[in-house]
Ligand binder design. Structure first.
Ligand SMILES: [Zn+2]
Ligand SMILES: [Zn+2]
Length: 119
């Protein structure tokens, strides 16, 4: 068994899976989900850090809603390497979903507090 509390070996294991490139693609869960962003490459992101591309990849949980405390203990199978652009797009999409869920809960709570049918 590997000890993935070592962040460097975890990063290496995850990025090796995609040969050092961004792991975002149409068939990869945890990607940015933006086909528009990768329209020129048939919906797969091809970002690979290197010459002229100084931004390193970020290794994050496949499930964007994973709490930080849980994420710290995940192995490579539950992680994905994303470029900065895909990560930002994914984060914004997850935040929008969370806001929509919150609005739904709020509406449901208000419906039960103000039960107009009972009047
Ligand atoms: Zn990407
Ligand atoms: Zn992407």
């Amino acid at each position: 068994m590997h000890d993935y509390s070592d962040l460097d070996s975890r990063y290496a294991a995850v990025t090796a899976r995609t040969d050092g490139a961004c792991g975002c693609g149409p068939d990869s869960p945890g990607g940015c989900g933006s086909r528009k962003a990768h329209a020129r490459t048939a919906s797969s992101c091809t970002y690979r850090p290197g010459a002229g591309r100084p931004e390193p990849l970020v290794v994050v949980p496949i499930d964007p809603d994973t709490p930080l405390a849980v994420a710290a203990g995940l192995g490579p199978d539950d992680l994905i390497a994303l470029c900065r652009a895909c990560y930002t797009t994914r984060t914004n999409a997850a935040a929008a979903r969370a806001a929509a869920r919150h609005a739904e809960r709020l509406a449901a709570a208000q419906t039960s507090i103000f039960d107009f049918d009972a009047a």
